[in-house]
Design a protein around this ligand. Structure first.
Ligand SMILES: [Zn+2]
Length: 489
């Protein structure tokens, strides 16, 4: 099987090839059981498309607006050394024979399934037995997921941190169809080269062709394709002949993979402290929003299970400056803005919420965006601001609880729980309001957001009042706080 030629992509209409998706008029839907695999598949397909088309930004805009023909795909593919995308080669560099090899069941390639023996490792979402057999097609997206998305800490001391850092947030452009989504996340080579300040002799080969060596891997020496598929481990897995139904895509297969072997790379990327200290620099992965601080650049991660992506939406589309740091949108968002394409799009925010070795939450949220992603962004800002203001008001309303002489932890817990509920419920409300982002002006969107979110805040506050109506000091403090939520907005 070859990833650039053969039908390895699971869709609701069966398995299809990358060429079929990109060049036919049919709109396919991906079919994978885990949204994490779905997200990894979008990253993988857009990265593979970058390898095939290698577009300039001008060409990419044409592909997005006019489509890619089968001839164009074939002409581009003829210039690619496809042997590195064969299934016995793709993203599998070979370890030296004396290296220590760790073996693990294949379920460890889905994060959230318990995968490490370390004390603070826990799997939250899935039972290990849910993923025992993986077909010979899906193993590649799981392998990709391991290198790009799974936090190394989940594997204890044998884990490695990849080029993107541990548990980075991914943002992608989600367009109307799968084809346009893949193209919208394809990287324009000329533009990226400037953006990432790669050195002119940056290594272009893939890491399973020429593995990196040294104690650290300097970012500016890693060419685009090398970085898009950068490895953190030497990997191998066996395909056994056995009739199975694949636990990742649901399709029948005559081959199964049940385990994989890994040996971590000894050098470090600039995504780790070790690499940073050695001056490796952070490779600007096109799907990663980043946080620039005085001491270096970091991937944006979500580290609290009560975190909801709406709170950071503005910084992922426009950016955010504070005294201590500045958050920049992922390259892919800027690239789309630069092409100035007018079409309905959404922003997909995905990733794991990791705490040490545990995965404590998952994010997979879609937000409607203005039809031209470089205009009307104030509309998004206004909605998110309205949410943050109502959150702040709710917080102030609860602060009266701290003045009644009760145990701080007790009243703090009441407040914390209510705030978490607000942040969680606001997620849906904001996604809902943004569905109108293209039809309504900023002021109207803001009013809608204020009304809905204020109502939500009041309801949450009222529920706490009801619960403590017989505790007079508490109840009185809540009455005092309530007015904050009723003040004119
Ligand atoms: Zn499968």
């Amino acid at each position: 099987m070859n990833l650039l030629n053969d039908p390895f992509i699971s869709t609701t209409q069966g398995k299809v090839s990358l060429k079929e998706i990109l060049t036919s008029s049919q709109d396919y839907q991906l079919q994978y059981y885990f949204d994490e695999t779905q997200l990894a598949m979008l990253q993988l397909l857009a990265s593979l498309t970058t390898v095939v088309l290698k577009p300039t930004i001008v060409e990419l805009k044409q592909y997005i607006t006019q489509g890619v023909s089968a001839e164009q795909y074939d002409d581009c593919l003829a210039k690619v050394d496809t042997k590195w995308f064969e299934d016995d080669s793709f993203m599998q560099s070979k370890a030296l024979s004396q290296s220590k090899v760790f073996s693990a069941p294949v379920c460890n390639l889905i994060s959230g399934i318990e995968s490490s023996g370390t004390v603070n490792a826990s799997g939250l979402f899935s039972e290990m037995k849910q993923v025992e057999n993986v077909c010979s097609d899906c193993i590649h997206v799981l392998n990709y997921n391991l290198h790009m998305n799974i936090k190394g800490d989940c594997f204890g001391s044998s884990g490695a941190t990849g080029i993107r850092g541990g548990g980075a947030i991914t943002t992608l452009i989600a367009a109307r169809t799968l084809k346009s989504t893949i193209l919208a996340n394809t990287v324009a080579v000329d533009n990226f080269h400037k953006f990432a300040s790669l050195s002119s002799d940056a290594e272009q080969s893939l890491m399973w062709e020429i593995p990196p060596h040294g104690d650290y891997f300097a970012a500016q020496e890693i060419g685009l394709e090398r970085g898009l598929f950068a490895l953190a481990y030497h990997i191998s897995f066996q395909m056994d002949d056995k009739k199975i139904s694949c636990d990742v895509c649901g399709r029948l297969s005559t081959k199964t993979v049940t385990a994989f072997q890994r040996t971590k790379y000894t050098g470090s990327y600039g995504s780790t402290k070790k690499g940073r200290d050695a001056g490796a620099g952070f490779w600007l992965h096109p799907y990663t929003p980043r946080n620039i601080k005085e001491d270096g650049t970091y991937a944006v991660c979500a580290r609290d299970q009560h975190w909801q992506s709406w709170q950071e939406l503005t910084s992922y589309v426009i950016g955010k400056e504070t005294n201590k740091s500045s958050v920049k949108p992922a390259y892919i968002v800027n690239q789309y803005q630069e092409m100035d394409i007018t079409d309905l799009t959404s922003l997909l925010i995905g990733g794991n919420i990791a705490s040490q070795a545990s995965i404590v939450g998952r994010v997979y949220d879609l937000y409607s965006m203005p039809a031209t992603l470089s205009k009307n962004l104030i509309r998004i800002t206004k909605v998110v601001e309205a949410g943050l203001e109502q959150k702040e008001k709710l917080s102030i309303a609860f602060n009266k609880l701290f003045g009644i002489g009760y145990d701080k932890n007790f009243v703090g817990g009441i407040k914390e729980q209510a705030m978490q509920r607000f942040v969680a419920n606001a997620q849906q409300i904001i996604q809902q309001i943004l569905l109108d982002v293209d039809r309504k002006e900023a002021a109207q969107l803001r009013r809608d957001a204020v009304v809905s979110l204020n109502k939500e805040a009041k309801q949450i506050f009222a529920a706490v009042q009801l619960k403590y109506q017989h505790d007079l000091p508490l109840f009185k403090a809540l009455i005092k706080g309530e007015f904050v939520l009723h003040k004119q907005h």
